[in-house]
Design a protein around this ligand. Structure first.
Ligand code: PLP
Length: 379
């Protein structure tokens, strides 16, 4: 028996692994979509019937995710946004949702495009300002959605304080913990009801699996509805994706430690570089989120940072072009460092500055990361 307090490495390697007839030490992949029934119509060997309803690889993965986020139940999906949609779908016509004004753009698009005719209302708030969030609460507010750090401003929100606002009013809280990861921040331990991840990012860690998950603080009617949404709605991850993600979780803590240490060094280097106007990283004492980070991030400050290049769009794009090892691409959380000009992806409506570059710091040797920036930033 491994309890929840066991270290990340230990539980991610050992917890939830099935015993099979061959004595496999590591979980095998079970690709069968259907499972034999006994004479009484129930599978005599296991709980499995059909792979959309449940599958050994999904169960192993979900068991590990429960431990990672200190929850009681985990439900996995085929992408982070499928997980986000499952949450939003558990609310109804006339309900009101409060989201950060810099929420991950895809979640906002779900509200704008897919729920346009659904009658789910939403307002945006500045999540660095509690009073602003409170001022947006209405009689029908049912959900407050947090993201910390945010994308691409790397702003922190005070999770415990938002939970306090919400719990007094019976409002459900969701924390998109994709960027902070449970290695640094445990929203459920601060009272958050549902934690969301795009497992595509740090949990997958190698930029080769798309996936999402929700982890719950308690099992209630909403949890049951969302479990049905997974099983009946069918946006499930494949056994292979679950297996690959389970494999990734074995090195999750190692990667996070290395990536955050690299990020800290890169942030300090960039902060003192004459071609850089500003660095957004909660580990810097000068950062607006530093005090909150000390409160709710432990063991490091994550591995995402954004910088403002002196100049404008052209100067920022020039840095992307000149970087040799670090590729200009979207997404984050992989072993490889990536850089992205966010304004180009977000489009003209985006409030992201033209000279902002977002950096996902990988596990390469820090000297190689620094020297790539050194040559790219030399004018
Ligand atoms: C990538 C991401 C998502 C969406 O996840 P997908 O796996 O791409 O669907 C949601 N939230 C955050 C913070 C993300 O970075």
């Amino acid at each position: 028996m491994i309890n929840k307090k066991t270290g990340f490495n230990t539980s991610m390697i050992h917890h939830g692994n099935p015993k099979d007839q061959d004595g496999s030490v590591m979980p095998p992949i079970v690709l069968s979509t259907t499972f034999e029934r006994g004479d009484d119509q129930i599978n005599p060997a296991s709980e499995y019937i059909y792979s959309r309803y449940g599958n050994p690889n999904r169960n192993t993965l979900e068991a590990k995710l429960v431990v990672l986020e200190s929850g009681v139940e985990a439900i996995t999906f085929s992408s982070g946004l499928a997980a986000a949609q499952a949450v939003l779908h558990s609310f109804q016509n006339g309900d009101h949702v409060i989201i950060p004004d810099d929420i991950y753009f895809g979640v906002k698009k779900i509200l704008m495009r897919l729920y346009e005719n659904w009658g789910l209302q939403y307002d945006e708030a500045d999540f660095t300002n509690l009073a602003d969030i409170e001022s947006k609460i209405k009689f029908n507010t049912k959900l407050i959605w947090m993201e910390s750090p945010s994308n691409p401003g790397v702003k922190l929100c005070d999770i415990a304080a938002v939970v306090n606002l919400a719990q007094n009013r019976n409002i459900v809280t969701v924390a998109d913990n994709t960027w902070a990861t449970p290695y640094f921040t445990k929203p459920i331990e601060m009272g958050v009801d549902i934690v969301l991840h795009s497992t595509t990012k740090y949990m997958g860690g190698h930029s080769d699996i798309l996936g999402g998950c929700l982890v719950f603080r308690e099992v209630n009617d909403r949890t049951v509805f969302i479990k049905d949404y997974q099983k009946i709605g069918g946006a499930v991850p494949s056994p292979f994706d679950c297996w690959l993600l389970t494999r990734s979780l074995a090195t999750f803590a190692l990667r996070m430690k290395c990536q955050s240490e690299n990020a800290m060094q890169l942030a300090q280097y960039l902060q003192s570089h004459p071609s850089v106007e500003k660095v957004f990283y909660p580990g810097l004492v000068s950062d607006a989120g530093y005090q909150i980070a000390l409160k709710q991030m432990h063991g490091g400050f994550g591995a995402m940072l954004s910088i403002l290049i002196k100049g404008g769009r052209e100067e920022a794009l020039e840095v992307c072009r000149k970087l040799k090892m670090i590729k200009h691409a979207t997404s984050l959380g992989g072993v490889e460092s990536l850089i992205e000009h966010r304004k180009s992806v977000e489009g003209d409506l985006s409030k992201t500055p033209d000279n902002l570059l977002r950096i996902s710091v990988g596990i390469e040797e820090i000297e190689d990361i620094l020297s790539d920036f050194e040559q790219a930033l030399t004018i």
